[in-house]
Design a binder for this molecule. Structure first.
Ligand SMILES: [Zn+2]
Length: 305
């Protein structure tokens, strides 16, 4: 572990007492939440629950009990501001990541106004019927809809769009895509946060297994353990995660019309410890993973010859 991480952990202990649990592989450490213990329960000691979870690599914290109600969540700097003394704040100031604003922003993604899951909406409501018909026509079954918490909204900026939410590995919403089911100028309208700062579908990704890289969120619905690139390129963040964490093979499954981009990506990824572990498919020109309903086995191409 790096010195910086050690110092952050020491600062946390100084402010919050002894940890309840620590998984250093995931940079996760938990403590009794000071808000739960002192403010809510008015105790003069920790409540013993260990609900305050901190990720000291990503510099964020959240209380699983009062995070939403008391806003006990956000960038770590906020926690130190609230509970640390002057010296602690000063020390942390030197360690905190430059991109703390990104982290903070990332936590602010919210599902669009009026978002409803299909299972919680009136099946006789016309927009429900239309949106559902659109999904079913694209081969998206009720089971998939439920599994990925797909919903829709008829209000606000994202009105008359199907919403596919994405969650990070802690189960927090980190992005969503909004696809219109009625003809519109813009088929997709997404949140304003930069998509390079998140990994779509991170929550469902098992880095110890084969990973499938697809273009869009609809493609993701048809392939187990797939990451939508929301485009044709791998972001530096995703590249780093794949390079450091993937244990299986990586399958590039871009749309049929993106063969040039797909090959480029192949050569980008096929090096170092990933060498020989990259697979690639070439679907028919006018088709993608979504059209093929995930049935891609006959489209593999060997670029290693
Ligand atoms: Zn709490």
């Amino acid at each position: 572990m790096s010195d910086e991480k050690e110092i952050v952990i020491d600062l946390l202990r100084e402010v919050l007492g002894h940890e309840k649990a620590h998984y250093d592989l995931k940079c996760q450490i938990t403590f009794d939440c000071p808000v739960c213990s002192y403010e809510i329960k008015q105790l003069d000691h920790g409540d013993g629950k260990g609900n305050l979870e901190i990720n000291y690599c990503r510099h964020i914290y959240k209380c699983w009990s009062c995070g939403e109600t008391h806003n006990t969540q956000g960038p770590l700097g906020k926690l130190f501001d609230q509970f640390g003394n002057k010296q602690i704040k000063k020390t942390y100031e030197l360690l905190k990541p430059e991109d703390e604003k990104y982290v903070a922003k990332r936590l602010q993604v919210k599902l669009p106004l009026g978002y409803k899951k299909f299972s919680e909406s009136n099946p006789r409501y016309i927009p429900h019927i239309e949106a559902k018909r659109y999904l079913n026509q694209r081969g998206v079954t009720d089971e998939i809809i439920e599994r990925y918490r797909i919903g829709y909204t008829t209000e606000g900026d994202f009105a008359f769009r199907i919403i596919i939410p994405s969650y990070d590995n802690e189960g927090e919403l980190n992005y969503f895509i909004a696809r219109s089911w009625v003809p519109k100028k813009m088929k997709y309208k997404n949140p304003t946060i930069p998509k390079e700062t998140i990994i779509f579908n991170e929550f469902n990704i098992d880095f110890s297994k084969d990973i499938y890289l697809v273009e869009g969120a609809f493609d993701m619905l048809f392939l187990e353990n797939s990451i939508p690139l929301l485009g044709k390129k791998v972001s530096p963040l995703l590249f780093e995660r794949l390079y450091n964490e993937s244990q299986g093979e990586i399958h590039i499954c871009l749309d049929g019309d993106a063969w040039t981009d797909a090959q480029k990506l192949f050569h980008e990824l096929n090096g170092g410890r990933l060498y020989g572990k990259i697979k690639i498919i070439r679907p028919p020109k006018d088709q993608d993973v979504c059209d093929l309903k995930g049935d891609i086995s006959e489209y593999y191409v060997n670029l290693m010859k």
